[in-house]
Design a protein around this ligand. Structure first.
Ligand code: SF4
Ligand code: SF4
Ligand code: FES
Length: 323
């Protein structure tokens, strides 16, 4: 018998997670099922507004009958599943993922929640040794498959490289990139459909790149900033935030966030203005906003200089965001 759309919509799946039985709508992920029983699952590459890519594997859980651990963020629930989220095997796997990321990537600008994962899983990235020296920009942009070699002297290989500052709106600091793919998805089919950035290289040498590693002004980038909006580690950052951080003048705890409506067109996207010392320092939009899903265009994201009289103002206007 074929189920009607209405019947399919109300079908639920019952499974067991850490000894608790729960029923969730068919099509839900294990991560969503975990949320229903109050189990907090760590995630890095997952975002509710993007298609899961299973890139980081920090969310893995043990599934009875499955040889391998499965990613909770992407694996759909099935009737009768028995899931373990805090077994020795799961904790060990999550710890290793965090240690490998933490030893090779600068995660100091990641959220408090992400920083907390390290303590929760007793991850100690420093045990892989001191960080190796930074690569040059040319080396970082053109590494080929098979280029990577183990470092000598017991130092930890890293993705450290110089910050890319090639425009007035945002900077790219790939020393902080965990290759979560969120920016690629936001620039691609999940939001912007511009495809200005993608993953180049293989293995440890994989990195986010524009076409032919061009500077942003010469690439297909339209400066919507949607990639910045989803980046979890500060690898992509407003130029205004970067400059303030460089001057030791970034004080998030003193900032206010005010909702307003973008004045540039009739769609009326909700903007969240982050204000410090009476100046707008960045603009975001709520992830759960039904018009934007957190995404904006260049005008809403960067065209805010006209509301304030700053000596260093005019960046957005110079890049065409001013109207
Ligand atoms: S600013 Fe927009 S167009 Fe440019 S790389 Fe980021 S998402 Fe793509
Ligand atoms: S730049 Fe940010 S969003 Fe893009 S892959 Fe790296 S960490 Fe993820
Ligand atoms: S959060 Fe599930 S694989 Fe990254």
């Amino acid at each position: 018998m074929t189920a009607t759309a209405q019947e399919r919509a109300v079908r639920t799946v019952t499974l067991t997670i850490d000894g608790q039985t729960t029923s969730v709508p068919e099509g839900s992920t294990i991560l969503e099922a975990c949320n229903t029983v109050g189990i907090d699952t760590p995630t890095l590459c997952y975002l509710e507004t993007l298609t899961p890519v299973n890139a980081c594997r920090v969310c893995v859980v043990e599934l009875e009958g499955s040889r391998v651990l499965v990613p909770a963020c992407a694996r759909k629930v099935e009737p009768g599943m028995v899931v373990h989220t805090d077994s020795e095997r799961v904790r060990h796997s999550r710890k290793l993922v965090l240690e490998m990321l933490g030893s090779s990537v600068d995660m100091s600008y990641a959220s408090d929640e992400v920083q907390g994962y390290f303590e929760r899983y007793d991850a100690a990235p420093a045990r892989f040794g001191e960080a190796a020296d930074s690569m040059s920009a040319a080396e970082a942009d053109h590494r080929g498959a098979g280029h990577h070699h183990a470092t000598s002297d017991g130092m930890a290989a890293t993705v450290a490289q110089p910050v890319k500052i090639d425009n007035e709106l945002y900077v790219r600091d790939y020393s902080r990139c965990i290759l979560c793919y969120k920016c690629v998805e936001a620039c691609g089919v999940d939001a912007q459909n511009t495809f200005a950035i993608s993953v180049a290289g293989r293995g440890f040498d994989a990195r986010i790149s524009t076409e032919l590693a061009l500077p942003l002004p010469d690439s297909a980038c339209v400066y919507c900033g949607n990639c910045i909006g989803v980046c979890p580690t500060g690898a992509l950052m407003f130029r205004s935030e970067y400059d303030l951080r460089q001057a030791n003048d970034w004080h998030e705890e003193q900032q206010t966030v005010t909702d307003t409506i973008c004045p540039y067109c009739g769609i009326g996207c909700t903007l969240q203005l982050h204000v410090q010392d009476n100046s707008i320092v960045k603009v975001t939009s709520p992830l759960d906003h039904d018009v934007t899903s957190g995404h904006l265009c260049i005008k809403g994201r960067f065209g805010f200089q006209f509301v304030q009289n700053r000596e260093d103002g005019g960046r957005a206007e110079r890049n065409g965001a001013g109207g």
